[in-house]
Each structure stands twice: as structure tokens, then as C-alpha cells.
Design a protein around this ligand. Sequence first.
Ligand code: ADP
Ligand code: MG
Length: 337
Amino acid sequence: MTRALTLGFVVWLLAACAQPDPVYQRTIYTFGTLASISLYDLPREQAVETANELERTLARLNRDWYAWGDGTLGELNRALARSPKVAIDAELAELLRRAFEFQSISQGLFNPAVGEYVELWGFHDSDARASLPDQQDLNAIDSPRGVRLTREGEQFFIETDRPGIILDLGGIAKGAALGVCRDILLTAKVQRALVDLGGDLIVISDATDPPFSIGVRDPRAAGVIAVLQANGGEAVVSSGDYERFFDQAEERYHHIIDPETGYPSVATAAVTVVDLDPVLADAAATALMVGGSLRFHALSKLLDVRYATLITADGQVLHTEAMANRIALADSGSGSP
Ligand code: ADP
Ligand code: MG
């Protein structure tokens, strides 16, 4: 948890340093992390109102899209334990539709049905102590398949032949929430803004305004490893093995699970993706973590991601071709702006 907080602040500080102070700034706790809303160029009263709306919306989405909570996804998971077919609302259906789409495109590396593994490892709850599960318990979980989204008229359903399945949207929920924030900001005609959910962020800016400078966190040290410029509407999303993890016998165990093995993915420390579609950016960052350096270029193409950077556990840095042209590596070690 502390780690996620640090990341949020690194990004925020850099962004804030690169341009004039925002008119209004608010820090909130949501999606298990410290988040910041920065609004520029609008009357203070309107800024307060807009920040209120963003905060309210983020609270609702966090409740609804958290697999172990009391919102719509938590209800769905509880209902799936009792019934093979459960009705869901259109908003949740749309997010699940995209999740299954990414599952298919990523050849299963992104998989929203990893919830049982995530829970067994103890990564589902920021208050829980994560630990190495018993192999028997891991083996007892069927590989995460056997669930589909169906529709009858206007009504959507989730159907599964696997009681006990836990659908976990943690791999795209923040990206989806950033998309909703962008809609709110554009509807409110805000010209310049940054919403940062602990290192996953979206920016609003006019083509004539300077882009936002965003720091990419060094996964193995304090500070930033690279800086990139984000243009209006773009999301910058990172996944890493440093957000929720524990180390044991010189192995790093973290919260992104390889659905084939039930174990945390190995050999990749961090991935950053920039895209105008924040849900794609989030899903891709998670999938590229699991795919690792060997599949990085092929998987970026499959996912239709232009801008991605992957940092291996031993410090190698890979960029997609387009990303190489827009990211600058920071001087090693120090990252303070
Ligand atoms: P973060 O939310 O920490 O920024 P991610 O976007 O990579 O990072 O999401 C990680 C979360 O996604 C995990 O906590 C878990 O809920 C879920 N998850 C873990 N492994 C996978 C996977 N292979 N596919 C989809 N979701 C996953
Ligand atoms: Mg993700």
C-alpha cells in the first residue's frame, strides 16, 4: 500500500512541476490508493463542483467494480456461488464484455476470472497479509475458464459452469474509471486537468497547451526511470511487481497472476502503456506484465497498443517503436524532478 502511495506522488509531483500550479487540487483515497485531481483554468467554484462530482463517481465505481465489495461485481460473485446464471446491469456488462474481449485478444494472459487465485494469494484486500499458498490449494482451483456474457433482449447475464468462480476486474477497473472521469471533465468543458489514480492517470488538455510531463516510476528504486509527454485525452497506465508484493527466498511474489500457472508472473518488473483508450491501456499493461519481454512486441501488436515500455526484473528496458520516440530515460537513480 505504501508503495502505491509513493508512486502516486512521484507522478503528481512531476506533472505539477512541469507547468503552472493547478487552480484546484484535491487528494482522495480511492481504488486502494491515494489519488489526485488537478484542475486548471476554470473558476474555483466550478472546480470544487467538478472535483466533487469526480470524487462521488470514483467512490461509486470503486464500490461497484471491486470483486470482494458490496457493489454490483461483489454481488455478482456472491450470486455465482449459488447460481450458474446471474442477471447483471448494462454498465457492468460493458466492462465485462471488454474484459472478455481482452482475454481473447491476449490469448488468455489477461483473464478477469483470476479472482480465486488473487484471493488465495491474499492480494485481494490491502489489509490482508499476502503469503505463499499451499500447492494443494492452488491445484484445487480449476484454470480460470468457463464463464461467458450472454444477452436476452435488453438483459445481460453472466453464465458459468464453475461454481466458486470469482470475476476480478482489478486489471481494468482503474482504466475504466479514468475513462468515466474524462467524460465528466469534457462534459464540464474543463480545458486542462489531470486525474491520477496512484500512478494510472488521464490528462485533459487543449492542442495549443503544452503536454503534461509524466514520470515513469523506477520499479526498483525511489524516483523515476523515464519521462514522457502526455497529450490531451491520453491515459498513462502502469502495472508493476512493486505495487502489492512480498519477497520470499529471493523470489518476488506480486499481485499480477499468470492464469496458466496460478503464480505471479515472473521476470517483468513494470510496464507502462499510453493510449487514448484508458481501458485498453490498463488491460494491456497487465497482459504485457504476464507476457514478459519475449512476447512484448508481438503482444503489443496483437493488442493494438502503439506506446508501451517494459522493464524486466533485471533492468532491461524495451519500448515499442512509437514509444521509443516519445519517452526519455531519466538519469539513473535520482528521479526527483
Ligand atoms: P494496478 O491495479 O495495481 O495498477 P493492474 O492493472 O495490473 O495493476 O491490475 C492488477 C490487478 O488485476 C490484480 O490486483 C488483480 O485484481 C487483477 N489481475 C491479476 N492478474 C490478472 C490477469 N492475469 N488478468 C487480469 N487481471 C488480473
Ligand atoms: Mg491493468
